[in-house]
Ligand binder design. Structure first.
Ligand code: PLP
Length: 370
């Protein structure tokens, strides 16, 4: 029987390296509460992203949820529905109202022309998503935010390690959230962080993360939760960070192989690497446009499954179609997002994916088009 190929698989350091990394924890007994591994990972990420402040969390979602909370906002937040549910949930959990903006056809990020039209006196922030690692129009978003005095909190869950015009992507906006979930480019098994310039936010964020307390004191000024990253998870992050460039290089080879096989087929639209961007090759989304070929996304998905290749409809359904949004009367005029969501598949893409497997996957797809 043929082996199964899944859409993602974690990038892991050599087991001995991880064992070496955690060995001293058996001596010290420090497992969590901003221990040495946590602090080292924080410092290394600050250096890596050239950011003055990084705060680590138990996962990316809580980082975003608490990052929004730290801005103390009320009202409306403009975001896109073509993303993982976490983005919208983090807004809703803060009792903020998501206002859904459509996406651009070429890179699926927020459409800045429409964005400006959605701004009202209630708008407090923009939460754009660097979806699939495609970078938003950060310069234009910056200008709009300055003009209307809005906060910008990026969902950069997909964008770790990416550069725009030579700058780490964390350097744009008021805050960026990165996810270190097992399937992301850099993983701590579960984990995430906020990167931000305003150092006066750190104490509050650490308080939100740890029961409302100012760490290492008896003072409890905030209403917080428990969203700490443990030292065990940070140890995995330290190991993976040493290998992250190598993971990205391997992903690049996978993506280039896909592009070689699948370019120029009528009815198949590929994700383009953007100008001025150093990509992390996090995902390989493909849009299947039946109007040219008669072949639908669901037909391709079924055919791949018959060959033990398991892909995902990322991102379907749209967040604006969630029952929890409909129930509170949220409406969205997002035709491009709806079109993409009905037609997109993300193909298997991870550092350990064999190039022969990419050949095999593409062969199954191409045979549908002859
Ligand atoms: C993974 C992801 C998140 C949430 O990150 P977790 O670490 O899984 O909590 C948020 N937004 C997007 C777009 C994601 O892909």
């Amino acid at each position: 029987m043929k082996k199964n190929i899944y859409v993602v698989k974690p990038s892991l350091p050599p087991l001995e390296e991880f064992v070496r990394e955690i060995e001293d924890m058996w001596e010290t007994g420090i497992m969590t509460h901003q221990g040495p591994k946590h602090n080292k990972l924080q410092a290394e990420l600050e250096k890596f992203m050239e950011m003055p402040n990084v705060t680590l969390f138990a996962n990316g979602h809580l980082a975003l949820e608490l990052g929004l909370e730290s801005q103390k906002m009320t009202g409306e937040v403009i975001t896109t529905p073509f993303t993982f549910g976490s983005t919208t949930q983090a807004i809703l959990r803060n009792k903020l109202k998501p206002v859904f903006c459509d996406i651009r056809e070429d890179d699926y990020t927020i459409d800045c022309d429409m964005l400006e039209n959605l701004i009202t006196e209630k708008t407090c922030a923009i939460v754009p998503v660097h979806v699939y690692g495609n970078i938003c129009d950060v310069e234009r978003i910056q200008k709009i935010a300055e003009r209307f005095k809005l906060k910008v909190i990026y969902d950069a869950a997909h964008a770790f390690g990416e550069l725009y015009k030579g700058k780490h992507i964390a350097q744009f906006g008021d805050m960026s959230m990165f996810s270190f979930h097992a399937t992301k480019v850099l993983n701590t098994v579960e984990g995430g962080c906020l990167a931000y310039k305003d150092g006066s936010k750190t104490q509050y964020l650490e308080g939100l993360r740890q029961f409302g307390q100012i760490v290492h004191t008896d003072s409890v000024p905030y209403i917080g939760t428990n969203a700490k990253m443990t030292d065990m998870h940070a140890a995995m992050g330290l190991c993976n960070l040493r290998h992250v460039q190598e993971y990205v290089q391997k992903r690049k080879m996978v993506v280039e192989r896909y592009i070689r096989h699948l370019s120029g087929i009528d009815g198949i639209k590929l994700n383009r690497i953007q100008k001025d961007v150093v990509s992390n090759y996090a995902y390989f989304p493909v849009v299947f446009e039946e109007k040219n070929s008669g072949i639908t996304r669901d037909m391709v998905m079924k055919r791949l499954e018959e060959h033990h290749i398991f892909v995902r409809k990322y991102f379907y359904p749209l967040c604006s179609d969630f029952e929890c949004c409909k129930e509170i009367g949220i409406q969205a005029d997002v035709p491009v997002a709806a079109y993409m969501s009905e037609r997109v598949l993300t193909l298997p893409c991870y550092s350990e994916l064999e190039l022969e497997d990419v050949d095999y996957i593409c062969d199954v797809i191409k045979r549908m088009y002859v």
